[in-house]
Design a protein around this ligand. Structure first.
Ligand SMILES: Nc1ncnc2c1ncn2[C@@H]1O[C@H](COP(=O)(O)OP(=O)(O)O)[C@@H](O)[C@H]1O
Ligand SMILES: [Mg+2]
Length: 235
């Protein structure tokens, strides 16, 4: 009897434990906004480990603002964002950004005159984590996103857009974050490459348990993720 009760409790708990990021009634006003002007108002979303999410919304609905809040670049002006049980208000946001969350951009944001592996190693160094053989680890990460070892020594400006986005994903994994946030990661890519990039994100979520949040306009992306959140314009 005791046993049964215990297992039921832990079952409900597992569900709750599975939530990595919880946005609770978050609102945001830019400092130059009118009193009743919100870039984001009363947004509440939960994000679980092991799932891929899409945030969809028309231009001006606050997608970029929401990503800045999630990635700890801005703090919400009302409500709260809770990561792994801790309110972002109460934690060191520099540490959070450099350890817990990886960011992938539409335009890749790699350093073009450095090699693919150098870009990844730069991110390892910035986070300050200890890695024995950084280059070996960078190559391992590159392989995990489908890039051949020979790409490690190639300058970023000599590889295609789709390959650059793979490098950017490998870079976002440099310090093994629990969550990856991507701002229109397939916005500059053709349909087939978009599909391949999505497969990488799905593998990271479904096999490695990461939480992936993608801001996107792409119907193809929305179709294949685990959950879509629609952001609506304030007012
Ligand atoms: N730096 C800023 N200062 C003031 N208002 C801003 C700023 N950035 C965005 N906004 C406003 O906040 C709202 C949401 O913008 P944004 O988050 O960029 O939306 P999206 O990424 O969905 O297009 C818009 O009304 C926009 O004009
Ligand atoms: Mg935007």
């Amino acid at each position: 009897m005791m046993e049964k009760k215990k297992s039921m409790n832990s079952e409900t708990k597992i569900n709750k434990d599975n939530i990595l990021l919880s946005i609770q009634n978050a609102s945001y006003q830019y400092s130059d906004a009118e009193e009743d002007e919100y870039a984001l108002k009363n947004v509440s979303y939960d994000f679980e480990k092991g799932k891929v999410y899409a945030i969809r919304g028309r231009s001006g609905t606050g997608k970029t603002t929401l990503l800045s809040l999630i990635s700890g670049l801005e703090r919400c002006t009302e409500g709260s964002i809770v990561f792994d049980g801790k309110d972002l208000k109460d934690i060191n946001l520099d540490y959070y950004r450099n350890h817990e969350i990886g960011i992938v951009f539409q335009s890749y944001n790699l350093l073009p005159f450095m090699t693919a592996s150098e870009n990844i190693i730069l991110s390892m160094d910035a986070s300050g984590i200890k890695i024995g053989n950084k280059k070996e680890e960078a190559i391992k990460l590159m392989k995990s996103v489908g890039l051949k070892e020979t790409y490690a020594n190639r300058k970023v400006l000599r590889i295609s857009g789709g390959e650059q986005q793979r490098v950017a994903i490998a870079r976002s994994l440099a310090y093994n974050p629990k969550m990856i946030v991507a701002d229109e990661p397939t916005g500059n890519l053709d349909k087939q490459t978009e599909k391949e990039i999505l497969e990488i994100f799905k593998k990271l979520a479904h096999e490695d348990g990461k939480c992936i949040i993608i801001v996107t306009h792409s119907p193809n992306v929305c179709e294949s993720v685990d959950q879509v959140y629609d952001l609506k314009k304030v007012k």
